[in-house]
Design a protein around this ligand. Structure first.
Ligand code: ACO
Length: 321
């Protein structure tokens, strides 16, 4: 039986941290107290003008390849999860492929499931590997959400940041990814969206992120509780065997609720929302890479990843590291 195992991870955050007080100094009508108590966010990173998702993704990918101990030429599949691609087309994944110098025998494409994008990309790569068609995949979440924020809307612009996280997933005879669950309900699309597009050489509609924060909050708590329980059930493992929860990093209160429902103390939850803000598709692989590099997550441990984003789209994975 073929399984998909994590062989290495990497990540990249652009520039220096921008604190809540820095946002106040930039003229946003907010306060460190409001942002910290409502969300747990203390700082985030923003890419410099002109720096793109593929550039952040490439650095994270190079780190992940090095950690996996393989060569770029060994990668035969690249999937990038992003809602802030460099271009309408070609895909960000093909730009990363070019940056890595991989020419042939490597498929490359993007997936778009907003803040759940990395979980969707992981599920896709896992199925390619388990089918036997591919041996070694790069799965990346990369975003420059700062480009789609309305700086006049204080209820959203304080929440997000830029960054990228990457994982090399490879074929193995032992697990690996033990269970994955994906869901979506498009009826909620007005609650979290960028309702604009490009037509006739112009942006039509609204090119900024819009969110009904309370609706997102309520849905996220319930959906994440359910999907985490679902992957534990699908994997057929005891809930007590989970060593780490790595949730999408949107809001510390949503994360605390998820941990409670899984019966995990916060010491077993990787949180980076305080220092990264919400980096959408990049948030889970960024948090994962942080905890692997600082030695918290060790080989043999069992982790649950969970994410939710616009659509809504949500999902989770249970993985033996
Ligand atoms: N600074 C200061 N005051 C603010 C700010 C701000 N940045 N933003 C809004 N306010 C004010 C509002 O104007 C309002 O003032 P009023 O009462 O005088 O009208 C007050 O704060 C309360 O606003 P609410 O929107 O009701 O605040 P709420 O307590 O719901 O918190 C928040 C908002 C933090 C967005 C919350 O709803 C939330 O966390 N929702 C989850 C959404 C989320 O995490 N989204 C991330 C993207 S989705 C994803 O990743 C899953």
């Amino acid at each position: 039986m073929i399984f998909a195992r994590i062989a290495g991870t990497g990540s990249h955050l652009p520039g220096e941290p921008v604190t809540n007080d820095d946002l106040v100094r930039r003229g946003i009508d907010t306060s460190d107290e409001w942002i910290t108590t409502r969300t747990g966010i203390r700082a985030r990173h923003f890419a410099a003008p002109g720096v793109t998702s593929s550039e952040l993704a490439l650095i994270a990918a190079q780190q992940a390849i090095e950690a996996a101990g393989c060569a770029a030429a060994d990668i035969d599949l690249i999937i990038v999860a992003t809602s802030t691609p460099d271009f309408i087309f070609p895909s960000t994944a093909t730009l990363v492929q070019a940056g890595l110098g991989i020419r042939n025998n490597c498929a490359a494409f993007d997936v778009q499931a907003v803040c759940c994008g990395f979980v969707y990309a992981l599920a896709t790569a896992e199925k390619f590997i388990r089918s036997g068609s591919n041996q070694r995949a790069l799965v990346i979440g990369a975003e420059v959400f700062s480009r789609i924020l309305d700086w006049a809307d204080r209820s959203t612009c304080v929440l997000f940041g830029d960054g990228a996280g990457a994982m090399v997933l490879e074929a193995s005879d032992k697990p690996g990814v033990r269970a994955m669950a994906l869901h979506a309900d498009g009826n909620h699309h007005p609650d979290l969206c960028v309702p604009g597009n490009v037509a006739g050489g112009q942006v039509t509609g609204d090119p900024f992120l819009r969110m009904n924060g309370q609706a997102v909050f309520k849905f996220a708590v319930k959906a994440l509780d359910e999907v985490a329980q679902e992957v534990v059930g699908l994997a057929g493992v005891p809930q007590e065997s989970i060593d780490w929860l790595i949730p999408h990093q949107a809001n510390i209160r949503i994360i605390q609720s998820s941990a409670r429902r899984l019966g995990l103390p916060m010491e077993k939850v990787v949180t980076t929302v305080d220092i990264h803000g919400n980096t959408s598709a990049a948030s889970i692989p960024l948090a994962l890479d942080c905890a692997i590099r600082d030695g918290r997550i060790r080989p043999g441990q069992r982790i649950v990843l969970e994410g939710i984003g616009g659509g809504f789209a949500w999902g989770a994975a249970l993985i033996d590291f």
